[in-house]
Design a protein around this ligand. Structure first.
Ligand code: BG6
Length: 473
């Protein structure tokens, strides 16, 4: 029988994403305080964040190009330390002005701002006081939320709480947001931080509903279906556990206000249960997301890992699992191609993941990251022929269409990234944007914006509301 396609919803939010520290630059300009990203040890061979893509000085041009692509939304993040240099206390009027300008510029073109409150860039002043390990940081986050809702909530209606809270917990040392030096029980410290972030998120969601008329808010973790390496029941048990650890622990709390039972048992085994104070569970149950946003790059595959077996764990990053004897170990899926950086590419896994999330939570879904990092080449005729990126996105959008056919309620799609930006580990060598930024890792050149081939392709996709995915330009 022929597959019957449903259309993308008429109000589907096509757009793309960035984050403040990876794109803005002006890292200490106009009163901005340093964030953890400004003070961290920069990986050798990659640039610092002082200039990035210089969106701080190019936002008008960038947003005009997004409008030319037909964006319905732009997902960007607010730099906490640009708005509140010390994380708490005085508000920086220049910070308020900048984000007002960005929001107004978006609205001028009918682009809805989709604002991430916090994307990996905690104010350094808060980090000095213990960062997320200090419960006062959660209070500071609620204050930050209040300042944002007060200043921008009349025009910005779509909000995301914390970018990839699960990765901050599972891969904080790799992202550069958690320093394990001298910490006795690292899992305990990380899951305690996570508890404070959960409290901060729940309070921010409740506050958004109180303060922003018509405002909608949701969490933004990195979610991926977890496959068992085989149909052996032991592998399925390992995959179920890893999926709970990687995915459901965060969303069960955001949506239902409960701690996932399998992960609590795993944490008990590690003496890593968070300390939960009286009243915390009520707070956690009081924040209700209106939608689920998630970032999707790949799926994960794991196998059982019996105690005593040779170690199989590798380094973990945002996408890869680290093995742990007695629980699970990473398994390379032989059915998937990989990016230049070894990230598995799994468009069908995207449909699987969308269905899993929707079945579990029954909330509309917006994808806030998905994309291909690549070495793009600026040709002599000033074109960037990124057909590989078009193919990657095409295949994921096709699968999103099939998920819509399956009955998943999709609200929008924002690939990573709108504009080239500094990757978390590879600087400007690994680009994701529809818009090329003419700079190298250390040679700033002229920072000129040049639409890539994918820019014109995505424009066509948006104009046809997802019907025309052909790469025929
Ligand atoms: C996501 C982050 O995990 O992955 C982004 O939210 C990041 O900040 C993106 O840039 C891609 O990762 P990378 O390491 O290729 O920059």
């Amino acid at each position: 029988m022929a597959k019957i396609h449903r259309d993308f919803p008429a109000d589907f939010l096509w757009g793309a994403s960035t984050s403040a520290y990876q794109v803005e630059g002006a890292s200490l300009e106009d009163g901005k305080g340093p964030s953890v990203q400004d003070v961290k040890v920069i990986p050798p061979g990659t640039p610092d964040f002082k200039v990035a893509s210089d969106q701080y000085h190019h936002y008008k041009e960038d947003i005009a190009l997004m409008a030319e692509m037909g964006f319905k939304t732009y997902r960007f993040s607010i730099s906490w330390s640009r708005l509140i240099p010390d994380g708490v206390g005085a508000v920086n009027p220049k910070g308020v002005e900048y984000y007002n300008n960005v929001i107004n510029e978006c609205l001028k073109y009918g682009i809805q701002p989709l604002v991430t409150m916090y994307h990996f860039d905690l104010p350094a002043a808060l980090q000095e006081k213990g960062g997320w390990g200090n419960p006062e940081t959660a209070d500071a986050f609620v204050y930050f939320a209040k300042v944002m809702f007060e200043n921008f909530g009349d025009r910005a209606k779509l909000w995301l709480t914390i970018n990839e809270q699960n990765m901050l917990t599972l891969a904080g040392p790799a992202i550069g947001t958690f320093d394990p030096t001298g910490v006795d029980n690292v899992p305990k410290a990380l899951y305690q931080q996570n508890h404070y972030m959960m409290l901060a998120q729940a309070k921010a969601m409740a506050l958004c509903h109180q303060m922003v008329p018509g405002g909608k808010i949701g969490p933004a973790p990195n979610i991926s279906a977890v496959y068992p390496a085989s149909c052996k029941p032991e592998d399925v048990t390992a995959a179920d556990l890893f999926s709970a650890i990687r995915n459901w622990f965060y969303l069960d709390m955001a949506v239902y206000g409960v701690y996932n039972h399998q992960v609590m048992s795993y944490l008990r085994d590690h003496d890593a249960l968070p300390e939960i104070k009286e009243g915390d569970m009520e707070i956690l149950a009081s924040g209700h997301p209106d939608f689920i946003a998630f970032n999707y790059y790949s799926t994960a595959t794991v196998a059982a890992y019996p105690e005593g077996e040779e170690t199989a764990g590798g380094p973990s990053d945002q996408q890869k699992a680290r093995g742990e004897a007695g629980y699970y170990k990473p398994f390379t899926n032989p059915n998937l191609l990989k990016t230049e950086w070894g990230w598995e590419i799994d468009p069908i896994g995207f449909r699987n993941t969308l269905n899993q999330v929707y079945s579990r939570y029954r909330l509309p879904i917006i994808i806030t990251e998905n994309g291909l990092g690549a070495h793009d080449k600026l040709e002599e005729d000033c074109t960037i022929r990124d057909d590989y990126r078009i193919e990657y996105l095409q295949r994921h959008i096709e699968q999103m269409q099939l998920a819509i056919d399956d009955g998943v309620q999709m609200m929008g799609y924002c690939p990573w990234s709108a504009v080239d930006l500094i990757s978390t580990h590879e600087g400007f060598d690994k680009r994701y944007g529809f818009i090329y930024v003419n700079r190298g890792n250390f040679d700033l050149k002229d920072l000129r914006r040049i639409p890539k081939k994918s820019f014109y392709w995505y424009k066509k996709v948006i104009a046809s509301n997802g019907k025309d995915l052909a790469n025929d330009l």
